[in-house]
Ligand binder design. Structure first.
Ligand code: ATP
Length: 337
C-alpha cells in the first residue's frame, strides 16, 4: 500500500524544491501517493481563502504532509498561512535539527543541535490592535498548558534519542510573568527527567554563546518568537538556510517543512537549494517507517556534496537545482548498486 501524503508546493522557490524532493523520494523506490494542494496567495485568489478547508482535511486524513514555504505578506494582507496551519492542526512542536553536512566546511566546526520551538502561542497569537492612533499593542500569550507540553516534548525527545541536555531559552529577567511561567513549567518538567541535564539561558546571551561556543548546547527549548529567530541564527552556523530541515508535530499529524522561507529573490531561477526540504523529507520517511529509503537519500546527499562536490550557489557551487537533484538520484543508484 502506498503512503498517502499531502503535498503543498508553496510559493517562491517552493515549486522548484518540492519537485526536486518528490523526484528524489520517488527514485528511492518508496511508494507515495501525493495529494497536492495550492495554498497561500494563489489559493486566496482562486478559492477566496489562503488555506482552503480541503488542504486541512487532507492533512487530517493522511496525518502527514510535506510542505514548501508559503509567503506571508509584510505589514498588511492576510495572516501567516504557516502559523494558521500550525494552530488549526495544533502542531505544537517545531523540531529543527541543526547539523553539519560532511564535506561542507564552516567556521564553527562540527555541530549537532536540536531546536525545539513552541509553535502555537507567544507573540504569534496574532492579537494586535491600535490603542489610539500612533500606539499599537501586540499581545504575548504564554500558557502553562502549552509551556508544559513543549517542555515534555523536548525531554521525551532527549530520552528517546539519547541526548544529554535541554536548555530553556528565555528573557525572564524582563518578562517576569510570561517568560517566568515558561521557565517554571520547564523546571517542573525537568524534575521528571533526572537523567537529562537541564539548564537555562537568557536569549541574548544565547545568541552570543551560539557564535562563540555552540558546542556547549544540545537541545534548545524556546518560545515561538525566540525559536524563529534563533533557528535562523543556528542555520547560519552550519552553512545556511539551504540545508536546515524541520517538522511541525502534533497529536493530529505532522507537517514536514524547511526552516527557510519562500526566498522570492531567487525564485524561478532554478538555483534554489532543495537540501533543507529534502532533509525534511528524510525526517518524514523516518516518521513513516521507511528507514532504508531515508538512509539512502541521506547518504546520497552527503555523497553528492562531499565526494562529487556538486553544490548549489548558496553553498559555493554552481549547480542548478535540477542538476543537483539528478546528481543525488545518480548517487543513490551508485550507492545501492
Ligand atoms: P520567512 O520570513 O518566510 O521565514 P525569510 O525572511 O527568513 O522568510 P527566506 O525566504 O528564508 O527569508 O530567505 C532568506 C535568505 O536565504 C534569502 O536571501 C534567500 O535567497 C536565502 N535562501 C532561503 N532559502 C534558500 C534555499 N533553499 N536555497 C538558497 N537560498 C535560500
Amino acid at each position: 500500500m502506498p503512503h498517502k501524503v499531502t503535498l503543498i508546493p508553496g510559493d517562491g522557490i517552493g515549486s522548484e524544491i518540492t519537485a526536486a524532493v518528490v523526484r528524489i523520494i520517488e527514485a528511492s523506490g518508496v511508494e507515495i501517493e501525493w495529494e497536492s494542494f495550492i495554498a497561500g496567495a494563489e489559493a486566496l485568489t482562486r478559492f477566496g481563502d489562503p488555506l482552503p478547508e480541503p488542504v486541512l482535511d487532507s492533512i487530517r486524513r493522511n496525518k502527514v504532509a510535506l510542505k514548501g514555504p508559503l509567503t506571508t505578506p509584510v505589514g498588511s494582507g492576510f495572516a501567516s498561512v504557516n502559523v494558521r496551519l500550525r494552530k488549526t492542526l495544533d502542531l505544537y512542536a517545531n523540531l529543527r535539527p541543526v547539523r553539519n553536512l560532511p564535506g561542507l566546511v564552516t567556521p564553527f566546526g562540527d555541530l549537532d543541535l536540536i531546536v525545539v520551538r513552541e509553535n502555537t502561542e507567544d507573540l504569534y497569537s496574532g492579537l494586535e490592535h491600535v490603542v489610539i492612533p500612533g500606539v499599537v499593542e501586540s499581545i504575548k500569550i504564554i500558557t502553562e498548558k502549552a509551556s508544559t507540553r513543549i517542555a515534555r516534548f523536548a525531554f521525551e525527545y532527549a530520552r528517546r534519542e539519547g541526548r544529554k541536555k535541554v536548555t530553556a531559552i528565555h528573557k525572564a529577567n524582563i518578562m517576569k510573568l510570561s517568560d517566568g511561567l515558561f521557565l517554571d513549567c520547564f523546571r517542573k518538567v525537568a524534575a521528571e527527567y533526572p537523567e537529562i541535564e537541564a539548564d537555562d539561558k537568557i536569549v541574548d546571551n544565547t545568541c552570543m554563546q551560539l557564535v562563540m561556543k555552540p558546542q556547549q548546547f544540545d537541545i534548545l527549548l524556546l518560545e515561538n518568537l525566540y525559536g524563529d529567530i534563533v533557528s535562523d541564527l543556528a542555520a547560519g552556523l552550519v552553512g545556511g538556510l539551504g540545508i536546515c530541515p524541520g517538522a511541525n508535530i502534533g497529536e493530529l499529524g505532522s507537517v514536514f517543512e524547511a526552516v527557510h522561507g519562500s526566498a522570492p529573490d531567487i525564485a524561478g531561477k532554478n538555483i534554489a537549494n532543495p537540501t533543507a526540504l529534502l532533509q525534511s523529507g528524510v525526517m518524514m520517511l523516518q516518521h513513516l517507517g521507511e528507514r532504508q529509503a531515508a538512509d539512502l537519500i541521506a547518504r546520497a546527499t552527503i555523497h553528492t556534496l562531499s565526494e562529487k562536490k556538486i553544490r548549489t550557489r548558496d553553498l559555493g557551487g554552481t549547480a542548478h537545482t535540477t542538476e543537483y537533484t539528478e546528481a543525488i538520484v545518480a548517487s543513490m543508484k551508485e550507492l545501492s548498486a
